[in-house]
Structure formats: structure tokens, C-alpha cells
Design a protein around this ligand. Sequence first.
Ligand SMILES: [Zn+2]
Ligand SMILES: [Zn+2]
Length: 331
Amino acid sequence: MRALRLDHPRPAAERPLTVARVDDPSPAAGELLIDVAACAVCRTDLQIAEGDLPARRLPIVPGHQAVGRVAALGAGVAGWTPGDRVGVGWLGGACGDCAFCRDGRENLCADAVFTGWDRDGGFAERMVARADFALRLPDGFADVDAAPLLCGGVIGYRALRVSGVRPGGRLGLFGFGASALIAIQVARHWGCEVFVWTRSAAERARAAELGAAWTGGYDDRAPAPLDAAVTFAPSGDVVVAALRAVDRGGTVAINAIHLDRVPEFPYELLWGERVIRSVANFTRSDAQAFLTLAAVAGIRTAVERHPLDGANEALRRISDGTVSGAAVLVV
Ligand SMILES: [Zn+2]
Ligand SMILES: [Zn+2]
């Protein structure tokens, strides 16, 4: 089979992924073998490919938003049948035994493993995944449209929950990439008033189309204090801008696995029981709740299709900020 392999992280412009011909993986006990149909490309894939997020294993096949069909079952797998549609996300496994896992917070498990970082991911024709971490996908989404729901969508949903925004509340979104495109639809479904900050005029127009009450650039002041905010840009300056915009008691949820730095800021910005909280991937329960909601709420994803061997181009477009919506490799 063909797989896109990362041997040595380097800048996206230097085409860090190479097309490799490798043997099909075989599913170990408890694993599914999956024929990949589509895999979305995430900023985290770019950060791994470029080395901003240090590789945990090399070579590695990136990709953690895969949609496909179950091709074969490893020993002991129950509940899945060959041919079932399946999704694979970033959280590839956890110990199942620590205090966090037992509490349903497997996203905080110290032994959690991640798809496309610890385990080979979905930039390939076939992959294996732990059956107990594989996700069931609702009908109503084509494979390419379901793929971006599996990282940006699920984590955006967890970020909304972590932000504490309530139905009808006033929410700020800082940055408007693939994850925010989905988060705004969930927030609008909940009846929230949504304010969007982004550098890009095209993204501001897109946010307005999706029901944003107000849009602006990072230097623009919020027209009214926010109940909650979610930051998507991998920039600490944006976190401080969000903190400046939230009202007393409001939370800024940081939806970024990597931040350039957290700049110094005056304590008055945090005073008044404001909270800054990171969002660390997602739990299976978030994923299934979000996927069900996405079907009910009619969440739509804007996708830019690339062939499997066009993954370097997709990474470069994410790096340049020229990708429109979510880049998806169609396998
Ligand atoms: Zn991701
Ligand atoms: Zn654990």
C-alpha cells in the first residue's frame, strides 16, 4: 500500500513527507484494519511534520482524522463488522486504568497514545486502530465531509464546553480556521451570539455568512464583554487579546496543542475570576456526543480535496494560511 511517511521533520516548503510503498499493517488483538477513504489534514500534522511538535516516533505516518471502512478485525474485537464505516481521531488509546481513565477523562491519561504521533495514522491507504477508540459516524455525511469533524470538530466542541458558554451566551472565537468553522455552527445551534476575530478578510466574510454577530481583526475591541472565548490561533498574544475581551467570571479556552509563548500580561486582565484553560484533545464521550450533535444540527464542513500524494501541498497551504476550510486527502 501507499503511505505518506515522515522520516525527518523539516519546513513544509521542503516537502517533509515522502510516498512510501509499505506492507499492509496487520491488526493486533483488539485492533481494526481500516481501508482509509479520506483523511483530513490538521495544523497538528503540520507541527509534527515541521518539528514544532517533537516527533515521538520516526518514521511515522501522520494523519488523525481518518474515515474508512473496517477491512478486518484483530483477535477479540467485538461490536465491529467488516464493512462498517469508522472514524479514527487523535486519541488513539489510553491505559484504561489510571485515575483519569477511570473518571472518563482519558484525554489526560499520562500513557495516552496519539494517532499519527505515536501510532501510524491515516495518510495511507490502510491503517490499524484500537477498536475501543474507533468512532462510529452518523449517516448524513460523505466520508470527505466527516473527516474534518474528527479533530477540529470534536476538539472545537470540547473547547466550547470547557469555555462554559451557555445557550444564548456571548461567545468570542479568536482565529477562524477549520475548527472554528465548525464551532461557530455548534454555537449558533445553541443560540449563542458569536463574535469572531481573525486577520483574514475572507474568513471574516465566511464568519458573517455562518451567523457571526460581529467580526473584526485582532486589534479591534469587542463591542460588548464576552461570557466566554475560545482561541484557535497558536499565538499567546491572541490568548491575551481574548482575556481582554471576556467579562468577569469568563473563561478563555485555548484550543491549540502548541503555543508560541504566553506573553506577560497585567494581573488586572485575569482579576475578576477570569479563567484561562487549555483544551487537551478529547474524550471518546466528547467525540460521540459531538458526532451525534453534528448530524442533528446539520453541521457542514468546507473541504479542499487533495490526492494522497498531495499531502505536502496541503501542509504547505495550511502553513501559508491559504487553505480554504479543511484540507482533506482523498485516498
Ligand atoms: Zn488535529
Ligand atoms: Zn490512563
